[in-house]
Write a protein that binds this ligand. Structure first.
Ligand code: NAG
Length: 603
């Protein structure tokens, strides 16, 4: 009896279990059908609007506002802005390709037209290199000009003195070449004990230059071994130098205007939003417009003098509170990256460069990539996370928050509107319905750059996953690239893959004149306010409704082609070669003698 009584409940449980399994089985049989029903349902009510938006005015197709701070302000009566941004960018890019010089005389003429002076001595050797290695867009080196132009307004003797002093400053290494030596490290100045760690970057730099060292004039250039830029500009000092350069004269070092130490704001022009007296870098950020905006000019959109909220949104700025004292002089220091308010000279950094994703099987073609979420994995870099820093707003934290937030709603522009109808007002959708389906953004490994309790806080706040292999990341169609402690060294790898890259940064890089946002990648604002709209335009909502996969595929493929055509080793060498010809002339006491005087008829 005892056993019987014991068995009875067991039988009951087994019977219930059997019925349950049967139900599951039957449900399974009908999965295919019901899945279609669900799909249809979602298609009919895309993105599940929280409140019904007013019907869009379809007759009037309004103009979006292209603002001179690099942003486009959306007019709800215009078409979805991404159509227009892509079309404009493609036209401008084709135009740039069409205009490119094809002969040396053309290149010389174009140089003189742009920069109002002769090319540097050795320009003909440079042109031969460019021709031999099929380097594209041989006129598009405005970044070099932008970096070096203020130094033209400084007496070469003074520049040489500034450079000598710089050689003594920690941390730096100096690369040089004399009339009869090869390119190599000629001096170092590092924090004691840091030599081996900090000299590493020089290895690839010297390796790049070795390809052309026989053509390089003697030079001596100081490099920063760190990730970020370090020479903050004082607006008035830089402006005085630029003005002198424009008048083809010099300003003596002793005659530089006195700096106005206002931290980061020192670099901004009077009257610019970044220098606004009402902005307190220790207080709250200025409010942002409630209008939808997108980037139409990535360089301008990076500039914190035009977008002072950047000071509150990026570790580069947040790490130093109000910001450091600006430089008293213009300091010719080369570095892997620079911001628009620093005057470090950009190098075509070899750091992170890859020829290709290898093996190629780790990077399937677009249509074979299965994951349609936007992917990011990375470490908690960008700022030191501790009780003394304002790390809560730093850029990687912002990415984690924006992509993983489940509370509340956000406004999204309807992606399914075609290129002839008004996009209308944004549709309010629940973040909980968008983020889990659309974003796969997590920190990888364990918290770093943090102390004690803050590490635990980070661990709790956000998802932490294991690191992905290259093969795993190859499964994603959409990836985002954000800055770390400096510029993002992984962009080269990402844009070489068959994925569509979204990129948010404050560091314009050496190739900015030679790439086209919206043609080769998708530019995203630092606050990521346009991220969901851009991603959903390409991949559609959580169910795929409104996707423009053809456009996404096109940009992804154009990005990879660009990488293989415009960012080869030879492209970096060509940039460096030209940069050092310019630099050697700049530092020469006989700049005229270091110029190319011919008419280009050498062939
Ligand atoms: C190297 O830099 C130091 C300062 O750190 C300076 O005193 C020295 O003269 C430099 N060496 C050469 C060879 O110029």
């Amino acid at each position: 009896m005892r056993t019987f009584r014991r068995e009875r409940p067991l039988r009951c449980i087994l019977a219930i279990l059997a019925v349950f399994l049967l139900i599951l089985y039957l449900r399974d049989l009908s999965t295919e059908d019901s899945a279609y029903v669900v799909e249809e349902d979602v298609m009919r009510a895309p993105m599940q609007p929280e409140r019904v938006p007013p019907p869009p005015p379809v007759k009037i197709i309004g103009q979006h506002k292209f603002m001179d701070d690099g942003l486009l302000e959306v007019n709800p009566e215009g078409i979805h802005p991404v159509y227009e941004l892509i079309r404009r960018a493609e036209d401008a890019w084709k135009d740039k390709l069409r205009r490119a010089s094809t002969t040396f005389p053309e290149a010389v003429t174009e140089y003189r037209r742009r920069y109002k002076r002769d090319p540097p001595k050795g320009f003909d050797d440079w042109w031969r290199y460019v021709q031999k290695h099929n380097v594209q867009l041989p006129d598009e080196y405005d970044q070099i000009h932008a970096d070096l132009e203020p130094f033209w307004g400084i007496e070469p003797k003074d520049l040489l003195a500034i450079r000598s002093e710089l050689e003594a400053k920690v941390d730096s290494y100096t690369i040089g070449k004399t009339a009869d030596s090869q390119v190599g490290v000629v001096n170092t100045s590092f924090t004691p004990g840091k030599h081996d760690q900090l000299i590493v970057r020089s290895v690839n730099v010297i390796d790049l230059l070795s390809d052309v060292e026989e053509y390089l004039p003697p030079f001596r250039a100081v490099f920063s071994p760190h990730d970020g830029p370090n020479r903050l500009s004082d607006y008035f000092v830089e402006d005085a130098a630029r003005q002198a350069a424009a008048k083809q004269t010099y300003i003596r070092r002793k005659d530089f205007p006195k700096i106005t130490p206002k931290g980061w704001k020192s670099a901004c022009a009077p009257g610019s939003p970044g220098r606004d007296e009402s902005i307190n870098l220790d207080g709250d950020p200025p409010p942002k417009t409630t209008k939808k905006t997108f980037i139409h000019d990535h360089n301008l959109a990076m500039n914190p003098c035009l977008h002072p909220r950047h000071f509150w949104l990026h570790g580069q700025f947040l790490s130093y509170g109000k910001g450091p004292t600006p430089e008293r002089d213009m300091v010719p220091e080369f570095s892997d990256c620079s911001s628009t308010i620093h005057h470090n000279i950009h190098i075509p950094t070899p750091y992170g460069w890859v020829e290709d994703i290898s093996p190629r099987s780790d990077d399937p073609p677009w249509d074979d990539k299965v994951d349609e979420r936007l992917m990011w994995r990375g470490s908690s870099t960008g700022i030191s996370h501790n009780s003394r820093t304002r790390w809560h707003n730093s850029h990687r934290i912002t990415l984690m928050r924006v992509a993983n937030d489940l509370k509340g709603t956000m406004g999204i522009l309807a992606p399914w509107k075609n290129a002839r109808e008004a996009v209308g007002e944004p549709i309010e959708v629940r973040k909980a319905r968008v983020n889990p389906g659309v974003m796969d953004v997590a920190f990888a490994g364990d918290p770093i750059m943090c102390e004690g309790e803050t590490c635990k806080e980070l661990q709790k706040m956000f998802p932490w996953r294991r690191r992905q292999s290259v093969q795993e990341s190859g499964d994603y169609k959409y990836v985002i690239d954000v800055d770390g402690n400096g510029w993002s060294g992984r962009f080269k790898r990402l844009i070489t893959s068959n994925a569509l890259v979204f990129k948010a940064t404050i560091y314009p890089e050496w190739y900015m004149d030679r790439i086209a946002p919206w043609v080769h990648y998708v530019p995203i604002q630092l606050d990521l306010s346009d991220l969901h709209d851009a991603v959903i335009f390409f991949r559609g909502d959580a169910s795929g409704a409104g996707a423009h996969e053809d456009l996404a595929r096109k940009i992804a493929i154009a990005g990879r082609t660009w990488s293989k055509t415009f960012w080869r080793r030879q492209d970096m060498v060509a940039y460096f070669f030209r940069l050092l010809l310019e630099y050697a002339r700049l530092m020469s006491e006989d700049r005229e003698g270091m110029s190319y005087k011919g008419d280009g008829e050498f062939l």
